[in-house]
Design a protein around this ligand. Structure first.
Ligand code: SF4
Length: 451
């Protein structure tokens, strides 16, 4: 989300004649887009700010601004604590940035952190400034109001808003025309994407628009996530479509059916479980049980037999017992995830957990439980990958392998990285690659048929 937001900021500023300076020593402004999801992310920003002090001493007039969730969470307190920060801008206030940069004077401190109920930046075409030219993110919605007990996002990104689907499809089409071959639709909870035409005028406009009369959907006034996925998939069969992130409580059969219908919708679902314990899930306010979650996994396997499944998990949430932890390990054994983002619980200020629960699992216990989850997931990922050996996948080539100039890497529909000999192939092309061996993180293969 932050990468996508930075591209929106770059677009807003480039319209006001600002340009990206890759040499930090030459920059007039340094904008740091921040994450507040874990304490560790915030500490890294504070370290970066300390490192920048030396540059500020030699570069008179250089101004540093903090963008994003940390700015929103801490507001002016951040500028009091970090005296080398000149301005802070929250995620819904980026339109004010150009004016802020134009007018800020030496020694001045400015803050814009008002959250919006309507801002989606849907009219802004992001500037893809740090890109491989092949894969891109498209932000389809902003905010979240699920209020998971541990999560700061509803407080830093505001209420959920969905972007006009016409602008999303136009952005996907424009990317395809520029040579991009994969888009990832982004939102905190994409399954609850819903756009409604608001006024008679807008309704009339939408009825005229071909998006709303295409053969998939007869919908004229309301678009949900499955319809949106179909619309983007229809831009071109050569454009792959991914999405992140799904909330298990909202993962519908309708979406799975749409995914099955379109070959270019990638067969990979990120379905954060967070815990395998019913008691923990309730305390986390996740609004599903382990049984419900496993039912959704069954549905994925039924509609999409080749789909990979990935997850997020938290070790050591408030009051987590050994039994709860074992339930999480059991969940991992049952689902057999292809990949997992695994973290120790980190208490975030202002969340439900901070107000009403105790961060009472000792750090060494959190660490040990996390290590057990990581070790188990490592075994499962390796076993899953070993089952891919001998299979042939269509791979979208993303670039040259970091290990060897003579090798390329890309991903299959399941989002697994595959490395293979370069031959005459180029990034941006599709290739059929047969997997010959693997590690727990990577498949290694050979091209069997060049497209
Ligand atoms: S669904 Fe829960 S974890 Fe995800 S962003 Fe919303 S509140 Fe946070």
């Amino acid at each position: 989300m932050n990468l996508a937001d930075s591209e929106i900021v770059a677009s807003l500023l480039s319209k006001d004649n600002y340009a990206i300076e890759k040499d930090i020593n030459q920059a007039d402004f340094i904008l740091i887009n921040t994450c507040a999801i874990r304490d560790n992310a915030e500490q890294r920003i504070r370290k970066r700010l300390r490192e920048l002090r030396a540059l500020q001493r030699t570069h008179q007039g250089l101004k540093i601004g903090i963008l994003g969730c940390m700015a929103e969470r801490l507001q002016k307190q951040l500028m009091e604590e970090e005296d080398n920060v000149s301005f802070i801008v929250g995620p819904d206030a980026y339109r004010n940035l150009p004016q802020m940069l134009d007018n800020i004077k030496d020694g001045e401190k400015l803050a814009e952190t008002l959250l919006s109920e309507t801002e989606t930046y849907d009219d802004i075409e992001p500037v893809r400034y740090d890109t491989n030219g092949i894969t891109a993110y498209i932000s389809i919605m902003r905010g979240c109001q699920n209020y998971c007990a541990y999560c700061v996002v509803p407080y830093t990104r505001g209420r959920e808003r969905s972007r006009d689907p016409r602008t999303i499809v136009d952005e996907a089409r424009s990317l395809f025309e520029k040579g991009y071959r994969e888009v990832t639709l982004l939102g905190q909870n994409v399954n609850s994407y819903r756009w409604e035409a608001e006024s008679g005028k807008r309704k009339a406009e939408s009825e005229e628009h071909d998006l709303f009369t295409n053969h998939y959907s007869q919908i004229t006034n309301s678009v949900g996530f499955p319809q949106l996925m179909a619309m983007v998939a229809e831009v071109s069969p050569l454009l792959r479509v991914r999405f992140a992130t799904s909330h298990p409580k909202d993962l519908s059969d309708e979406l799975l059916q749409v995914m099955a219908r379109y070959d270019n919708i990638c067969k990979c679902i990120h379905l954060p479980v967070q815990s395998g314990s019913e008691r923990m899930l309730k305390l986390m306010n996740r609004r599903y049980t382990p049984e419900w979650y496993l039912g959704r996994i069954d549905a994925i396997r039924r509609y999409l037999p080749t789909c990979s499944i990935t997850t997020d998990v938290i070790a050591g949430f408030c009051t987590e017992t050994e039994e709860d932890h074992q339930a999480t390990l059991e969940m991992f054994r049952k689902v057999r995830y292809d990949y997992a983002y695994m973290f120790k619980f980190s208490m975030r200020p202002n969340t439900y957990a901070a107000k009403y629960l105790q961060d009472d699992v000792p750090d060494d216990v959190k660490t040990r439980r996390l290590e057990e989850i990581i070790a188990l997931q490592g075994e499962i990922a390796l076993e899953n990958n070993q089952k891919e050996v001998g299979k042939t996948f269509e791979v979208l080539i993303e670039g040259v392998s970091h290990r060897s100039e003579g090798q390329l890497f890309g991903r299959n529909s399941q989002n697994k990285v595959i490395v293979f000999e370069r031959g005459n192939l180029q990034p941006g092309q599709y290739a059929n690659v047969k997997v010959t061996r693997c590690t727990s993180a990577t498949l290694i293969g050979e091209v069997v048929d060049n497209k």
